[in-house]
Every structure is written in C-alpha cells, then in structure tokens.
Write a protein that binds this ligand. Sequence first.
Ligand code: 2F8
Ligand code: CA
Length: 131
Amino acid sequence: KQCPRDFLPFKSSCYYFSHAKKNWTDSRKDCKARRADLVKIASQGEQEFLQHHCRSEYYWIGLTDSAKEGTWMWVDDSRLSLGYWEDGEPNNWENRNEDCVHGFRKEDALKSWNDAACYEQWFYICETKPQ
Ligand code: 2F8
Ligand code: CA
C-alpha cells in the first residue's frame, strides 16, 4: 500500500498540501474528490510533521465548532481533546463566527492554530490512508 500521487507519507497516513486557496467547505469537497478528508491532527508528532512541511501560509484543518459554539469537532465527528492553538486562540474574534480552524503559518511553532471565518479562502491539508 502506498500514498496517492501528490500525498506525503507520515506514520500510517498520507497528506496533501493544497496549492489553491478555497473556503473551508470547498476545501473539504476537494479533499473528498481526492478520496481524502481535511486533516485530523491526533498527536504532537503529526502536528510537528505538518508544521515542518507548510509553506509559511495558513492551511485549513478538519476542525470546526459550527454545530455548537465552543465545541470543537473533527470531520470524523470526534471531539477535540488536545489543541495546538496560538496564544489567545480560539477567540471567535469580534463574534465574527470564527467557526473553522487553520494553522501552520510558522514553520517552527508548535502552537499554530487560529479560529477563522469559514468563508475565508486559505490553503488546506487533506489526509487519507495508503491505498
Ligand atoms: O490577533 C489574532 C486575530 O487576528 C485576526 O483578527 C485581527 C484574525 N481574523 C481574521 O483573520 C479575519 C483572528 O482570527 C485572530 O484571532
Ligand atoms: Ca481567531
């Protein structure tokens, strides 16, 4: 079993760093078209791997609190246990419905997530299993 073309392998998963910017919903659609979904980050090692491969830009991840404000859920419907938020985040800035999460702007920072409005256009990271 191997990672699809354009996906990078790490541990038992494969990761795609987009070269286009889309809103969160369209990012997720594009991941699904690639037989993947937006990334779920479940360990510090995974966070560090993604941080290392980013291009100094924000990327959407598969985390949202759009169902219930303040309850952060992964795209596989599991609840967030440990987050790698930037200092002061998530802050739902000025109550502007910051219901989606992006991260990884700084290559060297372990804490890099920010809640942002889901309609904003950012890069995104998809994850799938070797196929
Ligand atoms: O200072 C952190 C803050 O920065 C921006 O707001 C000024 C972000 N907002 C947008 O990108 C629209 C906030 O999400 C972030 O918390
Ligand atoms: Ca924020």
